[in-house]
Write a protein that binds this ligand. Sequence first.
Ligand code: NAD
Length: 366
Amino acid sequence: MIFETLDTFGHEQVVFCHNKDAGLKAIIAIHNTVLGPALGGTRMWPYKSEDEALNDVLRLSRGMTYKNAVAGLDIGGGKAVIIGDPSTDKSEALFRAFGQFVESLGGRYITAEDVGIDVNDMEYVFKETEYVTGVHQVHGGSGDPSPFTAYGALQGLMATLQKKFGDEEVGKYSYAIQGLGHVGMEYVKLLRERGAKMFVTDINKSLVERAVTEFGAEAVAPDEIYDVNADVYSPCALGGTVNEQTLPRFKFKVICGSANNQLSTNAVGDEVAKRGILYAPDYAVNAGGVMNVALEITGYNRERAMRMMRTIYHNLTRIYEISERDGIPTYKAADRMAEERIAIMGKLKLPLGRAKPRFQGRIRGH
Ligand code: NAD
């Protein structure tokens, strides 16, 4: 059963990690290492069943392959999940035992923070393995990625405005922004600096107040954001907000924001395209976070990070070219761009920095 699933989604390796004394039950999924070692965060979550945990890690690791490929990184896709409640089940032993499993993979998988994990947990993982990103800045880590993600999203927005309206004057257009957290508030600040008209919402009222008083935005109630008469919808909160219920309410011409998994289904993505709304694929727009941590692998540097964020503009432009070339919606064009890059680069370069040369052909399935 499991090999059938791995065959369908194309995973290379799935590692079940168990340490009874440390209370560790974790799964590491390496989806694809053609472009380089698999990078993706570790999520800690009280999964109701092992199947649920396995499905999540398989889905998320595959997503990382596409995201890293479109971002232009020499990095493959992977992810890990730890089964447990982050508020009660964390311990030094748990994270050190997990770190030892990461180490045992010899660099085929490089981890980072994800939901339920913070920089202090990573300190323990880092004691057992070097294959960690997102560690504290005192260890050469890159720190909070959110300002970079917001700046990267702005680059994606400019490429999208250029495609839709033929210019990229951010301040000429109006925006409906959902979510004013780490990324959303920074994005609002960047739009404000460019003179944009903004409608904002968040379930946290104090954040809305800040956006209104500090950045001159107009507040709307959480459910009303979908009805706003604005050019651009920027989801910066949760996934799935472009769905069968919300889409008929849209007067927006563009969707571009930082949230993951914005489209509830592929059918909704097709409908978005049919309605002439230009969707900026989420994982290409919000790649700033992963670009930032990926730079830790070769030595983090803020200047390089900012330069790299600007490449998001070109990645989006390429996606729109593929969308036109092949007559497909943009969400499919992003996947195609990833698959094409993996296919071409896989023939050009030797992957798996850490693996001994004699193993490389085998692991790549040649
Ligand atoms: P965050 O938790 O700091 O902010 C999310 C905000 O959304 C919070 O203020 C929350 O109150 C608000 N929110 C939740 N539900 C809402 C609702 N129904 N209506 C309105 N507001 C709601 O998270 P973040 O780090 O800013 O990330 C935002 C999104 O971007 C997430 O989807 C995240 O996965 C994605 N993302 C973030 C990064 C990063 O660098 N932080 C990188 C890539 C992707």
